[in-house]
Design a protein around this ligand. Structure first.
Ligand code: NAD
Ligand code: UD1
Length: 340
């Protein structure tokens, strides 16, 4: 089967491409490399000893997409391509709606033209908003997104539901990721943020390796055990395998039409301070940190109820926190400048 992976050179995309190749899918990556490097794909090819077809392009370029669909007989699309910096999305909302919403629209239009009906979407736990109780479960209503980034995910999920209502052959899955961290165990591919990292783990890793002085912990006055925010961290390879499980399920379901959402998380929440401690233990480095103000838009604690993915997809996160941190650390030490 030929799988088109948009944004496949990025962090989660590159790990998923590796899992797809290891499961004998043929992969075409379409990426504008705005937040990634072609080197990730080269390394995936080396690790798997398999070839990836790479096309550089933007999902808003419908002519380029049409050319791609013409040249390859695509069976399904996994759609990662998006801008993902939550804070930045509040300062440049139109860029996020343009890239994430309009980009998805262009992709879905070209898929409709070429009658490609299977779609897997990178959604986020952020779609549940702040008003739902934890753990989040797929039957909950989507909430008020706290950022334009989050709103773009809610909008695309809505778009998929509407497309499915209009076309009974269209079958889609929204995978709602919790907090992916870690790297492939080889230390060859991982998360390579450009500039100052927005997310916790890459920031801690850069402090540990001496690239940054100290971490700002965003608030210690939350209603949690140690006062810092709690999140459901999962290994990026577990997440990658979740995509393969979703794709296999999509291919297998005869009666299913419409859109199914699945939470991908471990079902456990850990605090910022406990992550710092675990990182110190694994890396044997001292992580300097200061307690700072709360970050706008942060919620105290959320984690997944991932029973549905377990029940229907046969998927479960299996890698431990220790493994997540060991793999992050190996990647960071081997590649202090990312893919440069
Ligand atoms: P990433 O930035 O590493 O990967 C995104 C990839 O998409 C990059 O390679 C980038 O160059 C590409 N891209 C962006 N806009 C494009 C466009 N218009 N045309 C073609 N390519 C484009 O991010 P990631 O962490 O791998 O995230 C992948 C997906 O998962 C995103 O949709 C993101 O919103 C979603 N997600 C990520 C997280 C997370 O914590 N990393 C959590 C929830 C959801
Ligand atoms: C955020 C987004 C989520 C998005 C994900 C990946 C929100 C509410 N959620 O998740 O939609 O999919 O990023 O882009 O915006 N922290 C620090 N110091 C730092 C960085 C983070 O203390 O320098 C804390 C945060 O307050 C948070 C935890 O670490 O409690 C994890 O933060 P982060 O990695 O940014 O992920 P989320 O905010 O959970």
């Amino acid at each position: 089967m030929n799988i088109l992976v948009t944004g496949g050179a990025g962090y989660i995309g590159s790990h998923t491409v590796l899992s797809l190749l290891n499961n004998d899918f043929d992969v075409i990556v379409f990426d504008n490399l705005s937040n990634s490097s072609i080197e990730s794909i080269r390394r995936v090819e080396k690790l798997t000893d398999k070839k990836v077809t790479f096309v550089k392009g933007d999902i808003q370029d419908k002519a380029a997409l049409a050319e791609l669909f013409c040249a390859h007989n695509i069976d399904a699309v996994i759609h990662f391509a998006a801008l993902k910096a939550v804070g930045e999305s509040s300062t440049m909302p139109l860029a996020y709606y343009q890239n994430n919403v309009n980009g998805s629209l262009c992709l879905l239009e070209v898929m409709a033209t070429f009658k490609v009906k299977h779609f897997i979407f990178s959604s986020s736990a952020t779609v549940y908003g702040g008003d739902n109780n934890v753990p989040y479960i797929e039957t909950m209503p989507l909430g008020e997104a706290s950022s334009p980034y989050g709103a773009s995910k809610v909008m695309v999920e809505r778009m998929l539901n509407d497309v499915a209502k209009a076309d009974s052959d269209f079958r889609a899955i929204s995978l709602r990721y919790f907090n992916p961290i870690g790297a492939h165990e080889s230390g060859q591919i991982g998360e390579a943020p450009q500039g100052v990292p927005n997310n916790l783990l890459p920031y801690i890793a850069q402090v540990a390796v001496g690239k940054r002085k100290s971490l700002q912990v965003f608030g210690d006055d939350y209603q949690t055990l140690d006062g810092t925010c709690e999140r459901d961290y999962l290994h990026v390879m577990d997440l990658a395998e979740g995509h393969v499980a979703a794709l296999k399920w999509l291919n297998k379901q005869r009666g299913f039409t419409g859109v199914e959402a699945f939470n991908l998380g471990t079902g456990k929440a850990l605090s910022v301070l406990s992550i710092i401690r675990a990182f110190e233990q694994v890396s044997q480095q001292n992580i300097r940190y200061e307690i700072g103000a709360r970050r706008s838009g942060d919620l105290a604690a959320f984690w997944a109820n991932a029973d549905k993915a377990n029940r229907l997809l046969g998927w479960q996160a299996t890698r431990s926190l220790e493994q997540m941190i060991e793999d992050t650390w190996r990647w960071q030490v081997n590649n202090p400048e990312g893919y440069l």
